[in-house]
Design a protein around this ligand. Structure first.
Ligand SMILES: O=C(O)[C@@H](CO)OP(=O)(O)O
Length: 331
């Protein structure tokens, strides 16, 4: 189906379409990354980095005015990568296709973000990436309010020379107690084209569940005038490789707050999912997922359960040590 096909034209094509919806049965929708039979298996992920990181290493992101630090990868280091889909938005609540429409969180979404923050409050975060959409930014900020390290997340404004200059910080100590938040449109939700603002149920009633599921979850079939997951991946995964992997290689701990589909495309890349497997990948709102980046590989560690449970902290010595350090600082 051509991306430019209009909904009007589609309605006449799809009115007769009533196929079964077998894929729905296989969908595994849980509070973590879940892909069919792989739901519970953390596994080593052969990576990306070997072919990309060396050619695309960029400077670790710094707050305005920070002295430049070394970009040399710390060979023995491991880095945490937290992925979090934004909390429930006002259009999630209304069951509307949202895409790149910039809608805020609901009170429930705010709660989800706070809860997510509690789940990651012992995991180190050096730099945060969010989309340019407010629901992802709200989620990142609210989650960080819960972090035990109590650093202040600060949005980096580099959109113009003046914005950069006017947001300078003139205290090294204050900078040390801050976390840069980089906003990137490349991490935005997939652009949903002519579906944006339509009710999901009404659209399924009109065009058929099968067609709507294809638009929502297939890899390479775009919704009318919108982006397919493949098109979304072209910008989101490219950004991840060019900007985020170099941070991890440099030993920085990264959090990404983004969207159902921009994160699906990144997870597809990290977990090496096929275009068939990604169909059943569903992400819940406000659930953080942890990967460990070590020796050029991403190791999926699932979703941190809660600050008081051993859970993910038992997985790596570094995370356990960081937590102990926080315990020491806070006592
Ligand atoms: O409406 C959207 O932008 C997305 C995420 O809420 O919907 P879907 O579940 O179809 O990916």
């Amino acid at each position: 189906m051509a991306a430019s096909t209009s909904l009007h034209a589609l309605s006449s094509i799809k009115l007769w379409s009533t196929g079964s919806f077998g894929l729905e049965k296989r969908t595994c929708h849980v509070n973590c990354v879940s892909v069919g039979r792989r739901c519970t298996n953390a596994r080593n992920l052969g990576i990306v980095c070997a072919s990309n990181s060396q050619s695309s290493v960029v400077e670790p992101v710094q707050l305005p005015g920070s002295p430049k630090s070394s970009t040399t990868p710390k060979k023995s280091s491991e880095s945490a990568l937290i992925l979090i889909r934004h909390g429930e938005s006002l259009w999630n609540e209304k069951n509307l296709f949202t895409g790149c429409v910039d809608v805020p969180l609901t009170p429930k979404g705010v709660e989800e973000a706070i809860e997510a923050g509690k789940r990651i409050c012992n995991i180190p975060v050096d730099v945060i990436y969010t989309s340019s959409l407010i629901r992802a930014q709200m989620t990142a900020m609210l989650a960080m309010m819960q972090h035990r390290r109590k650093k202040v997340p600060i949005i980096v404004h580099n959109e113009s020379e003046r914005a950069h200059k006017w947001s300078q910080i003139y205290s090294e100590e204050t900078k040390k107690q801050s976390i840069p938040v980089i906003t990137a449109w490349q991490l935005n939700e997939r652009m949903y084209g002519e579906l944006q603002g339509l009710n999901k149920q009404e659209t399924a009633d009109r065009f058929g569940k099968e067609q709507v599921h294809e638009w929502r979850r297939s890899y390479d079939i775009p919704p009318p005038d919108g982006e397919s997951l493949e098109m979304c991946a072209e910008r989101a995964v490219a950004y991840f490789k060019d900007h985020i992997i170099p941070q991890l290689v440099a030993g920085k701990h990264v959090m990404i707050a983004a969207h159902g589909n921009s994160l699906r495309s990144i997870i597809m890349h990290l977990d090496k999912l096929t275009s068939q497997e990604v169909i059943s990948l569903e992400l819940s709102t406000g659930i953080p997922m942890l990967y460990i980046f070590k020796e050029g590989k991403f190791i999926r560690r699932g979703s941190p359960a809660g600050p008081s449970e051993a859970g993910v902290y038992a997985y790596t010595k570094n995370l356990a040590q960081y937590r102990q350090k926080l315990d020491g600082m806070i006592q």
